[in-house]
Design a binder for this molecule. Sequence first.
Ligand SMILES: Nc1ncnc2c1ncn2[C@@H]1O[C@H](COP(=O)(O)OP(=O)(O)O)[C@@H](O)[C@H]1O
Ligand SMILES: C[C@@](O)(CCOP(=O)(O)OP(=O)(O)O)CC(=O)O
Length: 200
Amino acid sequence: MDSSHPKAVLVFSGKRKSGKDFTCALLKERLGDVCTILTLSAPLKCQFAEIHGLDYEQLLSASSYKERYRHDMVVWGEKKRNEDPSIFCRLATLDVSTQHKVWLISDARRKTDVAYFKETYSDRAKLVRVQADESIRASRGYVFKKGVDDSETECGLDEGVLWDYVITNNGDEDDLDRQLTQLISSIQDGLINEIKTDVS
Ligand SMILES: Nc1ncnc2c1ncn2[C@@H]1O[C@H](COP(=O)(O)OP(=O)(O)O)[C@@H](O)[C@H]1O
Ligand SMILES: C[C@@](O)(CCOP(=O)(O)OP(=O)(O)O)CC(=O)O
């Protein structure tokens, strides 16, 4: 593995409907092709869909179809992680083009996810928590589900993590834009000067 690649790995975590995907898409828009979005859930959903004859594309979407199978995917995923804690981290980051110097991992959920990226990429890995008030999440379609929202998949990173950045995403677009601008400039200053060339 090329130890100099990637230059930065932003590991995002947040509750359902907090805006992880939304925030990563905005960052990708701002950073361009130097950046790529990777999800730990994609390889899990791919395998789960194959085993159960389900529609992978629908599992990837923000749909009721995904929600219908979420709990079963969580249980199956945890069984696989118990056998090999970093399996989905490795699968999600396989063969990423060296063109993409900045990786946005949009959906870390467990201490083992965080540990993998910190151990593998050291200080190139930065932990980002996206947070939104529960009322805002509800307005985006969040409904509490027992066995999901009170279990590790949604609570595994609620405590004991020192976040490098916390993004508050309650719908104030100017505030979000300001936070993302700060995040991008601190990454550029701190970790990856090359991005200044790539995005200028
Ligand atoms: N700041 C925002 N402004 C407008 N819509 C938003 C904002 N943040 C999230 N959303 C919308 O809310 C829904 C949930 O956001 P998403 O990023 O999918 O959450 P998560 O990935 O954390 O579950 C999506 O439809 C998304 O487009
Ligand atoms: C089984 C899962 O991978 C399903 C995650 O699906 P998404 O990542 O699509 O969830 P959102 O937070 O709503 O964007 C969770 C897990 O515990 O691995």
